[in-house]
Design a protein around this ligand. Structure first.
Ligand SMILES: [Zn+2]
Length: 701
């Protein structure tokens, strides 16, 4: 589990943050269905997913005009031939590759879960974790018993002091009730970690769900109330009591939502930058009894803390006293059960699925149990499971070719910055310093996380999950006051994703994404520059988007821009924000151009510099410049790029993601970028007036 009290890492895409595998991040976005059905594992594993292809001619709809709708042209047949599987809420090339990886992990775990005394310690951990999850009969026989001790503890709370201690206890189990607390990079002291408290404590995916007065928000709140009521009834409460408890939770969470900053506001680092003395925090929000809370948490002592944002704690402060103790107990009870539900018996699993995956995301069916169990193991013990995965899938040659491409993209971004007509030399010089300082990590960690202190036993799913989460929470806490470990990874090796980390100023590419359709050892450079090349360019550009541009080369929140250059930058990013706000996600819901600004800037910059890098490679090697399968290298580049983003989404997930996901849907990641790109128009002979040629094209990088 990654604990991120502040938004510090920028991903390539939002893929799989599921509720039902039991890994709860503060305000996590549930974007993919993933829940158990009673179907036996053997039956479910019969459908095998072939390794995805890069540059797939059969995916294209050649009847479409590339200059009118390039997404349909590049992805039309793929979208037609790949409807969303019943157990998913989205289905795209990312998911295809993630499912392919999941099969590899499945085979590893089936083998590791056999009780063999000769297993290595790493295989014992992942194998027994997986076994405890797969033993559905044992899980079902226990019902809600595994969570009883935690619920009894809440029931026994007799006063306010004990309430604070109970919140601290839940935090130590990885349940961030009321707010989030942990270690995060110090925005002002390069390379150091410090204590952070942040807004949070919600059960719905975003604060807006609690506050919106539109019909859909009201419906969602009603469904959420019913969902909570059902869960309380499953725990043995009478329907009347359950209904009251659910309403109490809703009232509390609405107050937390009302005190929280909007997602877009939280994108601005200045709204996440409030370093103060612990004593000041205590004065600001005395009812939280932070001294008691921190004491109960253990961990290193500290005198400074970053508060994200102070408004939240100030506004919630009176709520702590005004809400009745019994209602607080309902709230803690709810967060305990919603986190545990995926690890409990079938009725809890199904109730969780019905709301999180079916209602909110539009998935039709529970995922087969083995899929959830593979994912649970990856989430909880990712750097143990990553070891055999990397051994089986990742070769040194892949890493070398990838490094070469990273270098080519860095050189291209340097050229691009030097050629910019809107930036003055003073800021260019600083940008160059930042670019030179960006480091990269490829594939997997140099030093694997040591899980030897985590007790994993057969037949104890919730206990295993709690111990693994407690280990991560403690590990995170122990970083307070220590140097930032830039070698640590924020994603597990099989993950199909990539990220830029502003405080670390590095780009990161897990082994899981270094495969087709992103990266294909057997494909030509044009296709690979369009795939992983654009991904590399995208991550590099994040260092210079609306957020990244506010961090210096050493990772601190520092202004290295002249005022005039910042104004020019803002003018250009506003163009991008307005462009994407014009796109419709579903029905009446538009994309939020400000929420997706960083990602859209990175997509546009990434494709621009990846093409620069390809052209340089073509100039050096005539073979790369050849036309293949009837397409010029530039055409293959753009088609390869677009085909990474072929996808289908349920209307429910489109709606949810438009509110919560900083990434645009695949369709607009393609259309939005190519219509700004003059090289695209040239490559496909598009003329002014056609849809893929914007009359007011936006350019930042
Ligand atoms: Zn990104």
């Amino acid at each position: 589990m990654r604990l991120q009290p502040v938004l510090s890492v920028i991903l390539l895409g939002t893929l799989a943050a599921t509720a039902q595998t039991g890994t709860v991040t503060p305000n996590a976005v549930s974007t993919e269905s993933d829940t158990a059905s009673a179907a036996p594992a053997a039956a479910a594993s019969e459908t095998t997913i072939a390794r995805p292809k890069s540059f797939d001619l059969s995916a294209m709809d050649k009847t479409a005009n590339p200059c009118e709708d390039f997404y349909q042209y590049a992805c039309g047949n793929w979208r037609k031939n790949n409807p969303i599987p019943a157990d998913q809420a989205r289905w795209g090339r990312f998911n295809e590759l993630a499912e392919y990886n999941r099969q590899i992990l499945h085979a590893i775990l089936e083998k590791a879960s056999a009780s063999d005394p000769k297993r290595s310690p790493v295989m014992q951990k992942v194998g027994d974790m997986y076994q405890s999850c797969m033993d559905e009969a044992a899980v079902n026989a226990k019902g809600a018993a595994p969570v009883k001790q935690d619920l009894d503890r809440i029931a026994a709370i007799a006063n306010k002091d004990q309430l604070i201690e109970a919140v601290a206890h839940l935090h130590s189990l990885g349940i961030p009730a009321l707010f989030a607390f942990g270690s995060a990079p110090d925005l002002h002291s390069a390379g150091m970690e410090m204590a952070n408290v942040a807004q949070g404590g919600l059960g719905l995916p975003d604060r807006d769900y609690y506050l919106g007065q539109d019909a859909k928000s009201q419906e969602t709140r009603q469904k959420y109330l019913e969902h909570m009521t059902n869960m309380f009834v499953l725990l043995g409460d009478s329907p009347d009591t359950a209904k009251k408890e659910a309403q109490a939770v809703m009232d509390i969470e609405t107050k937390l939502a009302d005190a929280a900053f909007e997602r877009v506001k939280m994108r601005d680092p200045k709204n996440r930058d409030h370093k103060m003395k612990v004593t000041e925090l205590a004065t600001l929000a005395p009812n939280f009894e932070f001294a008691r809370f921190f004491g109960a948490r253990g961990g290193p002592s500290f005198t400074d803390i970053n508060v994200v944002p102070p408004d939240f704690f100030q506004k919630v402060n009176p709520v702590i006293d005004s809400v009745a103790l019994d209602d607080w107990k309902s709230y803690l009870r709810w967060h305990t059960i919603r986190t545990a539900a995926p690890m409990l018996s079938q009725p809890f699993v199904e109730e969780n699925f019905n709301f999180q995956d079916k209602y909110l995301n539009g998935a039709k069916e529970l995922q087969p149990r083995w899929k959830r169990c593979v994912q649970t193991t990856d989430r909880l013990l990712g750097e143990a499971l990553g070891q055999p995965y990397v051994q089986e899938t990742f070769g040194a040659d892949g890493k070398q070719r990838m490094l070469k491409m990273v270098n080519a993209l860095e050189a291209a971004l340097g050229d691009d910055i030097r050629e910019l007509d809107w930036m003055t030399p003073a800021t260019k010089k600083q940008a160059e310093v930042k670019l030179q300082a960006i480091s990269n990590k490829i594939g997997y960690p140099d030093n694997w996380r040591d899980y030897s202190t985590v007790k994993i036993v057969r037949g104890d799913l919730l206990g295993n999950a709690q111990r693994a989460r407690a280990f991560e929470v403690k590990r995170n806490l122990s970083k307070i006051g220590r140097p930032l470990d830039k070698k640590e990874w924020g994603m597990t090796p099989p993950t199909v994703n990539a990220y830029y980390n502003p405080p670390e100023n590095n780009i990161n590419f897990p082994a899981g994404i270094l495969q087709p359709p992103f990266f294909d050892k057997s494909a030509d450079d044009a296709v690979n520059f369009g795939g992983i090349g654009v991904v590399i360019g995208h991550e590099l550009t994040h260092g210079f988007d609306d957020q990244g541009s506010k961090f210096a080369a050493d990772g601190t929140f520092t202004n290295w821009w002249t005022d005039a250059d910042r104004q020019e930058f803002d003018k250009r990013t506003t163009c991008v924000a307005d462009e994407y706000s014009g796109f419709v996600a579903v029905e009446d819901v538009h994309l939020n151009g400000r929420l997706t600004l960083g990602e859209n800037t990175a997509d546009n910059g990434g494709i621009h510099i990846a093409l620069m890098a390809l052209r340089k490679a073509m100039a050096e090697d005539a073979k790369i410049a050849q036309t293949k399968e009837g397409f010029t290298p530039e055409q293959r580049f753009f088609i390869g790029f677009a085909q990474v983003w072929c996808e289908n989404r349920t209307p429910e997930s489109s709606r949810l993601l438009a509110k919560t996901d900083p990434h645009s849907p695949g369709q607009y990641r393609v259309i939005g970028t190519v219509q700004n790109n003059a090289d695209f128009a040239k490559a496909f002979n598009c003329k002014a007036g056609q849809k893929m040629v914007s009359a007011s094209a936006c350019h930042v990088w």
